[in-house]
Design a binder for this molecule. Structure first.
Ligand SMILES: Nc1ncnc2c1ncn2[C@@H]1O[C@H](COP(=O)(O)OP(=O)(O)OP(=O)(O)O)[C@@H](O)[C@H]1O
Ligand SMILES: [Mg+2]
Length: 210
């Protein structure tokens, strides 16, 4: 994937200012792909899609035989839910975020609003997948894997699945990774596993690989 040089330079400058020297830089979508490869069996000949739903960006990466064959970024994500809740409930962004995460109670039923945003995200994802299917000769997509914090939005998985008519699964970024159960709270690990796609992918990189 080509990356704008100025963008890379900006990141390097920030890291240098903090007294560190970056050795490896990676792109979200490819970090997720590396994470996927250590955690799931390669399904030869099958086309799968990795969707990373963050706070402000969604990365879509379509993969076949371990190769990325299509990528697209969309400027929508978890913040959109929070901003809509903020407007509808007349609260601050932080309050809206707490309500969204179920940490603060509200008398209002927020599920319809969440569902309507999930619906627009599902439609956007479908457009990308349809574009890929129409313009490539790789055949149909057999499965979609979701990761990123916002993929935990209640109801989202089913809404996407119904929209695209392809099986959808939430990724476990630690599926094949041995975790010392004495040191770590496994309930917590399970809770954060879907949102650790990028960090696990980055942690797999070593100087001099590929
Ligand atoms: N349990 C949850 N339910 C709904 N949304 C959640 C949940 N947990 C986290 N999120 C949302 O996930 C988003 C953060 O996800 P993630 O950490 O993947 O994003 P990011 O990498 O920081 O953002 P980006 O990739 O867009 O720069 C936030 O919008 C947050 O509100
Ligand atoms: Mg992200």
């Amino acid at each position: 994937m080509a990356v704008k040089k100025e963008m890379v330079n900006d990141y390097v400058a920030v890291v240098n200012e903090s007294g560190l020297n970056p050795l490896i830089m990676d792109v979200d979508a490819f970090a997720v792909q590396n994470m996927y490869e250590v955690n799931y069996e390669l399904e030869r000949g099958k086309v799968i899609t990795l969707v990373n739903i963050g706070a402000s960006v969604i990365n879509i990466n379509i993969v076949r035989n371990g190769n990325s064959v299509f990528t697209r970024d969309m400027s929508i994500g978890g913040n959109h839910y929070t901003e809509e809740l903020q407007k509808q409930l007349g609260v601050s962004f932080d309050e809206a975020e707490q309500i969204k995460l179920g940490k603060v109670e509200t008398a209002q039923n927020i599920q319809p609003l969440l569902d309507s945003i999930s619906g627009s995200i599902a439609l956007e994802i479908q457009r990308s997948l349809d574009f890929f299917t129409a313009t490539s000769s790789y055949g149909h997509i057999s499965k979609v894997y979701l990761c990123g914090g916002a993929c935990k939005t209640p109801g989202m998985l089913k809404i996407i699945e119904n929209q695209i008519s392809i099986p959808v699964e939430i990724i476990n970024a630690f599926n094949n990774i041995e975790i010392p159960t004495k040191t770590f709270d496994m309930q917590y690990i399970e809770q954060v596993a879907p949102m650790c796609g990028v960090v696990v992918g980055l942690a797999l990189r070593r100087l001099g690989d590929k």
